[in-house]
Design a protein around this ligand. Structure first.
Ligand code: GLN
Length: 282
């Protein structure tokens, strides 16, 4: 139970709590969580700071502050994340879109023939972030996002609707082994699970304890998903179609060689902002 205090005072208490929990920017996160709970703009918060914060809002706010202090990712608390300049819903059924994955969008855009109607498929779409960013950027693209998780597809569909893409994007709860669209696709994009199973337990708590392991675990070698997708693509894709994979920083050489062995050409590896290998295109 929290005492009745002004917004400003509650904000101070919350910042102190977040700071003591080791959160990087406690003041900023406290403000954003308060705005989220109260549906306030930044200006509303400034104008109302000396008003008393109502009880129900106070309880809801400190509930989020406490969960955040215990390590729950900020994006799951608010249910939203930003990717490629777009606001997207996310949930614990999806990975949180990461800035590094924007490189995959750039690499795909660089390979799509300009002005042509092209069809994209996003395998393991999660929030739908890769497909949605591509379609928002290039009005002549259409696409399908598939994911084994029906709960993830629900989130992806919300995002498709929110961005006015329901005419151009289809979201399907299906695995890539059961999907039959290979032959009509001009570009496959995928951020599949690629963490080695034995590394999962060593991931940062905020990832390991909260994000869906099915979206992270790439098997003993970390390469299971690439092997499967490449085998299916090699027999099913139309000639000249592209494949763009997000990869782990140390997987560039291995994924390149999987693609080479399957007969792919024009293989290149692109780096993220930290200059680590992040995307392979072929
Ligand atoms: N980039 C994610 C991480 O480092 C992993 C994403 C994935 O396996 N596709 O947590």
């Amino acid at each position: 139970m929290h005492e009745a205090r002004t917004y400003k005072v509650q904000l101070g208490i919350a910042s102190t709590r977040l700071k003591s929990a080791g959160i990087d920017r406690p003041g900023r996160e406290a403000r954003h969580l308060m705005q989220h709970v109260c549906a306030f703009s930044a200006a509303d918060l400034i104008n109302r700071e000396s008003d008393l914060m109502p009880k129900a809002e106070t309880e809801a706010f400190f509930d989020l502050v406490e969960r955040r202090s215990l390590g729950e990712p900020y994006e799951y608390l608010t249910g939203e994340a930003w990717f490629y300049g777009l606001r997207l819903s996310c949930s614990p059924a999806t990975l949180i879109p990461r800035p590094d994955s924007e490189v995959a969008v750039d690499e795909a855009l660089a390979r799509l023939p300009l002005g042509r109607l092209s069809k994209i498929a996003d395998l393991g779409t999660g929030t739908g972030c890769l497909l949605i960013a591509l379609l928002k950027h290039e009005p002549r693209l259409t696409g399908v996002g598939i994911d084994l998780s029906a709960a993830a597809i629900e989130v992806a569909q919300q995002n498709v609707d929110a961005h006015g893409l329901s005419e151009r994007a289809e979201m399907r709860a299906i695995g890539w082994r059961d999907w039959d669209g290979w032959g009509e696709t001009d570009l496959i994009i995928s951020n599949p699970p690629y963490i080695r199973s034995d590394v999962i337990e060593t991931l940062d708590d905020s990832v390991r304890a909260y994000e869906p392991h099915t979206a992270l675990d790439g098997g003993i070698s970390g390469l299971d998903a690439y092997r499967e997708i490449i085998a299916l693509a090699a027999t099913g894709m139309k000639p000249g179609a592209w494949i763009v994979f997000e990869i782990g920083f140390d997987q560039g050489a291995e994924v390149r060689s999987l693609l080479e062995s399957a007969g792919f050409s024009s293989i290149s590896v692109a780096c993220d902002t930290g200059q680590r290998d992040r995307v392979v295109s072929a």
